[in-house]
Design a protein around this ligand. Structure first.
Ligand code: SF4
Length: 88
C-alpha cells in the first residue's frame, strides 16, 4: 500500500528529498504523499525512506491504498520505464 502522512507531520521536509519517486510535496499543514507515485520504495530500497527519516513518525502505511508487492513493482516500472530495480 502507498504510504501517507499523519497530522503528526512537523513540516521538517526531511522526507521530500529522500523519496526516490518524487511522491512527496509540501501541503498546507503537512507534507502530502501522492499515492499514484508511492511504491513504498519498492524498486529502490528495502525500507520506506520517508518513514526512516521522519522524526515525528508521521509516515505510515495508508489503509485505503492497499497494494501487494506485484502491484507496487508494476507502479515502479510504469514510473521508471527501463530502469532496473535496486534494493539496498
Ligand atoms: Fe516515497 Fe518511499 Fe515514502 Fe513512498 S514510501 S512516499 S516511495 S519515500
Amino acid at each position: 500500500m502507498a504510504f501517507m502522512v499523519t497530522d503528526d507531520c512537523a513540516l521538517c521536509m526531511a522526507c521530500i528529498e529522500e523519496c526516490p519517486n518524487e511522491a512527496i510535496t509540501e501541503g498546507d499543514n503537512k507534507v502530502v504523499i501522492d499515492p499514484a507515485k508511492c511504491t513504498e520504495c519498492v524498486g529502490f530500497y528495502a525500507a520506506q525512506k520517508c518513514a526512516e527519516v521522519c522524526p515525528s513518525g508521521a509516515c505510515v502505511p495508508d489503509p485505503n491504498q492497499k497494494e501487494d508487492e506485484a502491484a507496487l513493482m508494476a507502479k515502479y516500472q510504469a514510473l521508471h520505464p527501463g530502469r532496473a530495480p535496486t534494493k539496498d
